[in-house]
Design a binder for this molecule. Structure first.
Ligand code: ADP
Ligand code: ADP
Ligand code: ZN
Length: 217
């Protein structure tokens, strides 16, 4: 199964991706996680990406497409993958189509998780992420068993620099302008399944599994 997870910042893509990646036994590929790792490690990619991320803007397409192309060529992606947070622009979607055409492996489904702006704001400003494994929690909606500590791996939780209220507004605007138009692009290909993100984590996961089973049969 080759799956895309789309939706605005805070919709719950990362949270659902962890569950779905297990259920489908498919690698979870998150460009946001890849960039954050590069920033933490201080690599050339990290230095290039950091300014854009801190400003709530997108990292340039050439850079982003480059890292995704490399990742998709790794052998674990042969049987399928789960892309989270990519593509985010029309040029990225075109590049992805070309990459997948070259290996004759078209997308199966685009899961579009939707939630209202107020809810997105509340989710993002309360988000806490694990330094070690990237799992995300929420101080109110999805608190870890022990404050500040990751349930998955025991790692320390932190608040992302770009999750402050001011940058979040910018990121939501960037989504509306640059990423939302992709939904039309994929709808024309008959790939979009709309998922109501304004439900509990479990109910969103259930709706996603139904959409996937519907697509398989
Ligand atoms: P995205 O990857 O789309 O930016 P995340 O999965 O990181 O979103 O979720 C954003 C925040 O909202 C996190 O703090 C997460 O714990 C919380 N969250 C995710 N799904 C839900 C949900 N269904 N209901 C309430 N909070 C949620
Ligand atoms: P969220 O789901 O909360 O929007 P991500 O973790 O997916 O956050 O992305 C964090 C940041 O990483 C984005 O604001 C952007 O700067 C950069 N980024 C992630 N994916 C892409 C992409 N496909 N194209 C350009 N920039 C990206
Ligand atoms: Zn962790």
């Amino acid at each position: 199964m080759r799956t895309l997870l789309m939706g605005p910042p805070g919709a719950g893509k990362g949270t659902q991706a962890v569950l779905l990646s297990k259920a489908l036994a498919a690698p979870h590929i998150s460009t946001g996680d890849m960039f954050r790792k590069a920033v933490e490690e201080g690599t050339a990619l990290g230095l290039e990406a950091q300014g854009f991320m801190d400003a709530g803007q997108l990292v340039p397409d050439e850079v982003t497409v480059g890292i995704v192309r490399e990742r998709l060529m790794e052998p674990d992606c042969l049987k399928g993958f789960l892309l989270d947070g990519f593509p985010r622009t029309i040029p990225q979607a075109e590049a992805l189509d070309r990459i997948l055409e070259s290996v004759q492996a078209p997308l199966d489904i685009v899961l579009n998780i939707a939630a209202g702006r107020e809810e997105l704001m509340a989710r993002i400003t309360g988000r806490r992420m694990c330094h070690v494994c990237g799992a995300s929690f929420h101080v109110l909606f999805n608190p870890p068993a022990k404050e500040g500590v990751c349930d998955q791996c025991g790692g320390e939780l932190y608040q992302r620099d770009d999750d402050g209220a001011e940058t979040v507004g910018k990121r939501l605007d960037v989504y509306e302008r640059q990423t939302r138009p992709l939904l039309d692009w994929y709808a024309k290909q008959g790939l979009v399944a709309d998922i109501d993100g304004n439900q509990s984590v479990e109910d969103v996961a259930g709706e996603i599994m139904n959409a996937i089973h519907g697509r398989r049969s």
